[in-house]
Write a protein that binds this ligand. Structure first.
Ligand SMILES: Cc1cc2nc3c(=O)[nH]c(=O)nc-3n(C[C@H](O)[C@H](O)[C@H](O)COP(=O)(O)OP(=O)(O)OC[C@H]3O[C@@H](n4cnc5c(N)ncnc54)[C@H](O)[C@@H]3O)c2cc1C
Length: 371
């Protein structure tokens, strides 16, 4: 191993990989890129299941962005499949489109509507909360109590083991409502899937003589042995970096169960949410977006838990304060030791893939300034 690369990059998820690739291609810098897992890609890792089908090992990853530059950049390493992300929620044995649209409203209220009458209906259901302070208030102010109780309370309780009242407004803050029949999960300009999967795309990014990859290697193991000449980019958990000296930041985790079905299709769309039924929150049949032609199909079941890999930061007041304390330490570390904290684990924030990638790219000028 190169013990004096320009950069030591901790974590081979999107944040670490894009930093390594951009630093190599734009600045000609060498990196040692490590990950304690036995694969690259972080939580975007996809791999063949026992039956040979491509699965998303850490939950479905729907690539969606409004950022043309990110798509242009990634297109150097992958082709794309157009993707349609469609989500339904099971309530009282019926499936309803999510986010709430005209069809959801008609089915739920059992009356036909025009866009105008649906808008009037929802206006009469909404609660008048000018400045929502938590997730319950956000949803009540957007869709009213009946839809809140049908689709949001149960799901949130299962997902977070907390009542929506205990969670920041941001958790349910993106409650979209449509007065048309568009049933796409998101509105982004680009909704695509890497043609051969995320892992293959990342492998191509790392196919660069300036990047040395070390898997099954943790920061603690090599921290003393490797002295980067320019900077360290750390994308692991921020509290772990500081040996939890101020306490542990809480994370919500998931247990994934994958089941192969002999049927070609198991469910009508890629994702079904279960606000009230079962212990799992959602089932995902990823074939709907990876578009593999096969006669069997793998479905994943997600069980939320407090144990296991850190997946979602828990957005509640005291956790923000704890993170702010770590952030102050991190800023000192950047100033004194040139350690940059990047990505969802180091910045204790939920980031979609495109956000993580944007942040990694935005770090390159700061690295350049050190040269
Ligand atoms: C269940 C789930 C579903 C998601 N779905 C979507 C989606 O549909 N669309 C979307 O845009 N985004 C989605 N995301 C978000 C996406 O996963 C993140 O944006 C992205 O993975 C962030 O990249 P990252 O490199 O910052 O972190 P990660 O992908 O978590 O990578 C961090 C890497 O660092 C390694 N690491 C940590 N600490 C150390 C250490 N001390 N030493 C060595 N290695 C270390 C870890 O092993 C990991 O591989 C989802 C996230 C989750 C959890």
């Amino acid at each position: 191993m190169n013990t004096s690369p320009d950069l030591l990059i901790v974590g081979a998820g999107p944040s670490g990989i894009i930093t390594a690739e951009r630093a190599a291609s734009l600045l000609g810098l060498t990196s040692v890129l490590i990950d304690r897992r036995n694969h690259i890609g972080g939580n975007c890792y996809d791999t063949a299941f026992a039956n040979g089908q491509l699965i998303h090992r850490y939950g479905p990853h729907y690539f969606r962005t409004d950022n043309d530059a990110i798509v242009a950049y990634l297109s150097k390493f992958t082709g794309w499949l157009p993707a349609r992300y469609v989500v339904r929620a099971l309530y009282n044995n019926e499936l309803y489109p999510l986010p709430v649209n005209l069809t959801t409203l008609e089915k739920f209220y059992r009356t036909a509507h025009t866009p105008e009458s649906a808008e009037a209906l929802l206006a009469s259901e909404r609660e008048d909360i000018a400045d929502p302070r938590n997730s319950e208030e956000v949803v009540l102010s957007r869709v009213g109590r009946k839809l809140y109780e049908a689709f949001y309370v149960g799901y949130t309780l299962k997902q977070w083991n907390k009542h929506p009242r205990e969670l920041d407004a941001s958790v349910c803050g993106r409650v979209a409502v449509r007065f048309n029949r568009n049933d796409a999960y998101v509105d982004h300009k680009h909704q695509v899937m890497p043609r051969d999967g995320y892992t293959r795309m990342f492998e191509k990014m790392l196919d660069n003589k300036n990047i040395e990859l070390r898997l099954q290697t943790s920061y603690r193991e090599i921290n003393e042995a490797v002295t980067p000449r320019v900077a360290t980019i750390y994308t692991g958990p921020i509290d772990e970096y500081f040996h939890y000296r101020m306490g542990k930041l809480p994370w919500r985790s998931l247990k994934f169960e994958f089941r192969v079905s002999p049927r070609e299709w198991v469910q009508p769309c890629v994702q079904i949410n279960y606000p009230w039924d079962y212990d799992y929150t959602r089932t995902v049949e990823i074939k709907h977006v990876t578009q593999e032609k096969r006669r069997d199909s793998v479905v994943s079941f997600e069980y939320p838990t407090d144990q296991g890999e850190p997946y979602y930061p828990v957005p509640a007041g005291e956790n923000h304060r704890l993170y702010q304390n770590y952030l102050a330490l991190a800023q000192e570390e950047t100033k004194n030791k040139r350690v940059f904290f990047l990505g969802r684990l180091a910045q204790y924030t939920y980031l979609d893939m495109d956000d993580s990638m944007e942040r990694a790219m935005a770090l390159i000028p700061a690295i350049r300034n050190l040269l």
